[in-house]
Ligand binder design. Structure first.
Ligand code: SF4
Length: 75
């Protein structure tokens, strides 16, 4: 997939949440409410269908998740 021709982290990437690792803190939804949505019933985060972010921002989200549940889909 893709690559980053410009090398500045602006290439858009998809993310995945490992539902077994997510502890439902909601940090991701707070930071990117259009991309991550906590389940109403199980409070587990899921990526909104088709949502993506610039790679640099996606890496920030990976870092900010306290349980290490977020990863970049092509990484
Ligand atoms: S930041 Fe991580 S642990 Fe918290 S809700 Fe999002 S995926 Fe789950």
């Amino acid at each position: 997939m893709g690559g980053d021709p410009t090398g500045d982290g602006s290439e858009r990437v998809a993310m995945v949440v490992d539902e077994d690792r997510c502890i439902g803190i909601g940090q991701c939804e707070l930071l990117e409410p259009d991309v991550f949505r906590l389940g109403d019933e199980d409070a587990i985060s899921r990526v909104v269908d088709g949502a993506d972010l610039p790679r640099a921002r996606a890496l920030e989200l990976v870092d900010r998740c306290p349980s290490g549940a977020i990863s970049i889909a092509d990484a």
